[in-house]
Design a protein around this ligand. Sequence first.
Ligand code: SF4
Length: 347
Amino acid sequence: MKPGLKDVTALSPAERATFIETLGEPSYRGGQLERWLFARAAPAFDEMTDLSAALREKLARTFYIPRPAVVDAAADDDGTVKYLLELEDGAHVETVYIPGGDHDGVCVSSQVGCPFDCRICATASLPFRRNLSAYEIFIQFAIIQNRHPDARVRNAVFMGQGEPLANYASVVGAVELLRRHFDVGGRRITASTVGLPRKIVKWADEGPAIKLAVSLNSAVQKTRDELMPRAARYGLDDLADACGYYARRTRRRLTFEYVACAGVNDDLRHARALVAFTQRVPSKINVIPFNDWPGAPYEAPNEERLAAFLAEVAKGPMALTVRRPRGSSVHAACGTLANRTAARLRA
Ligand code: SF4
């Protein structure tokens, strides 16, 4: 908030274009303003060098741009870079640049903190403060592209802080902005959810066509209750029904994400339950060994135990992949950089 000024990103493109025209400017100026605000992530009207100085001054007298500032960063040997962004109200969120050859990616946050308390996730210790706006989600992608001008950033994953489907309208808005300003197609956008059945059905009925990943982590209700107590309030049957509906309605397979934790969900009983559950939904399975952080309640299975678990899951018909955490030397679990900053601010 800036006293006396309005958030320019809270207006629709049509409202911004109308404002420009009321100033007596040609209509194409509206398109220039859109590109500066979104594709180029301009932090101030002063930087919009192909707008006249008079127009920039008029805009600055009415509006402000709530562009987040990069306040911390940590780079890994594998090229992954995690950034901490400070929002206009002083809140912090993380966003991560993930190099991937032809198509680099960005992992964006959708909320400040998170209302869910998944015990497998460092973000759970960050109190939920608010939802991000569509602009605040989208601009993470644009900021990363600005920071890595030689990269071809074309993948977006909603796997940072927050539960995307709990901030439905802003996430839909951010997806639309990604398509409009970076031509990122739905096959290159993935939202990862803890599995909110009604929101999954809503997305299937009316949401943009993207890929959906469901953080399952156990197909045994009691174990899921322990790993993700709030999300697990939605029972596994309701989750399977919603995911099945999504797959039929969109004709897209879902991905079930499975964070393997030593001695908790990595034995043969859990492997068989996972196979049985995923057979109810056209899907694939992605197993991720638990990604440690200071004070974490779990640890990753050893290689022998993980191999036995994977061999059992592989007997099922679903495609199976294993994802090793990226950026392991840069506090890779989501929420760790924000936690570090929160601790520093408290000290
Ligand atoms: S896994 Fe996702 S929903 Fe669960 S606490 Fe972490 S950010 Fe929130």
